[in-house]
Design a protein around this ligand. Sequence first.
Ligand SMILES: [Cu+2]
Length: 65
Amino acid sequence: MDTLKIKGMSCQHCVGAVKKALEKFPGLSQITVDLLAGQATFTNNGVDRQQLRTAISKIGFEPGE
Ligand SMILES: [Cu+2]
């Protein structure tokens, strides 16, 4: 499993928005987004992490490395 830190999530709506953005990548599966931990966890089958960071930034959150 991979994790990606995400800053700026404050409620379950944020969690839902992040999850939806990540679900658009066919290479990701088993996606969970944890509000308290401020991170997403997923299995990544070949998606460039930079693309994930870009998608998260576009919807207004701040991705970590
Ligand atoms: Cu929110």
